[in-house]
Design a protein around this ligand. Structure first.
Ligand code: ADP
Ligand code: MG
Length: 316
């Protein structure tokens, strides 16, 4: 049995426009195909913050312009971002595989993720999406049922809730593709959030953290390792301070203690460490590597990065 790895790519590593994204993804694909060539079975997920933001703004501007395009709901923007990023990734990975003479197929699964309607996150929307509005504009939109918050003196922005992922709708399909040796790109941007309604699953305006969804994906495909690729080679305590200390290995218990000590920034490193904890505690032996794309292979070989493992088997 080959080693099943679920890889999460940071949305910030994808560039700011289609040309930049194509370049970034070409580079990324080399590292991903290195892992495939080494015999690992790879499943890929990715962030979409900047990209879904761009799509949302463009659709918003077009609907207000003389073009008069229809207003595009947020879940639809998320689906568009999965297709846009997935297309670039599958194109670049396929090209790289071909170059190396590896016969494998790669495709993107537009992924819906079930969230709980009663998730407390719905009481407190926190994720800003879309453009800045004046107070007056925000009031008009608020009357239509949207939630707005003032954003650091720069104006008003729509905020959406960030509920936890419960299940991945397309998981059986993803698993069957993986079982046949295909490379799957799934759960982009944390997935399109859906809730159970009387008439079936329905998309809702929310953003699921891609780190949490990727951990859920890793759990459901019974992956051996979860690799979260980001801008730093390792996780640190006292991050950015003179006493900064890079960590090579972190048990769940140590990670939990550091979370209490507020060592990991909310919205960036904290969700990654929390995702690693949830994966490690879902079954014995499951481990997570947090590192940069460039260091992924070295990290897997145990030479760098931060591994988060369950405390079992450790003598203390
Ligand atoms: P991504 O797009 O990959 O999700 P984020 O910006 O959300 O990336 O999170 C990664 C960032 O978290 C790092 O680039 C780093 O600046 C920051 N960070 C915050 N706290 C820590 C910490 N304790 N150790 C390392 N990096 C940290
Ligand atoms: Mg992030």
């Amino acid at each position: 049995m080959s080693n099943i790895i679920v890889l999460a790519l940071g949305g910030n590593a994808l560039g700011n426009d289609p040309q930049e994204q194509k370049e970034a993804v070409r580079h990324t694909s080399k590292s991903i195909v290195d892992l495939i060539e080494a015999g690992n079975q790879v499943i890929l997920s990715h962030g979409n913050g900047p990209q879904v933001g761009m799509i949302n703004l463009a659709m918003d501007a077009a609907s207000k312009s003389e073009a008069g395009t229809p207003e595009m709901p947020f879940p639809e923007c998320g689906a568009m971002s999965q297709g846009y990023i997935g297309y670039h990734l599958q194109n670049a990975i396929q090209n790289e595989l071909k170059l190396r003479g590896i016969k494998k197929s790669v495709a993107t699964v537009i992924t819906q993720v079930v969230v709980d309607k009663n998730d407390p996150a719905f009481q407190n929307p926190t994720k800003p999406v879309g453009s800045f509005y004046t107070k007056e504009e925000a009031e008009i939109m608020t009357a239509k049922g949207f939630t707005f918050k003032e954003d650091a003196g720069r104006g008003y922005r729509r905020v959406v809730p960030s509920p936890k992922p419960i299940d991945i709708v397309e998981i059986d399909f993803i698993k069957s593709l993986v079982d046949k040796g295909n490379i799957v790109i799934a759960a982009g941007g944390g997935g399109i959030p859906v809730v159970e309604e009387a008439d079936g699953l329905t998309g809702i305006p929310a953003v699921i953290d891609k780190d949490f969804t990727t951990a859920k994906l890793a759990e459901l495909v019974d992956a051996d390792s979860l690799i979260i690729l980001t801008a730093v080679e390792k996780v640190a305590v006292k991050y950015g301070k003179p006493e900064q200390l890079w960590l090579s290995e972190l048990t769940v218990e140590e990670a939990q203690k550091y979370i209490i000590d507020k060592e990991f920034a909310e919205g960036s490193m904290l969700p990654k460490v929390r995702a690693a904890i949830s994966f490690a505690t879902s079954k014995t032996g499951r481990k997570t590597l947090i590192t940069s794309l460039e260091k992924a292979a070295d990290g897997l070989a145990g030479k760098t990065g931060t591994w988060i493992i369950s405390g079992e088997g450790h003598t203390k």
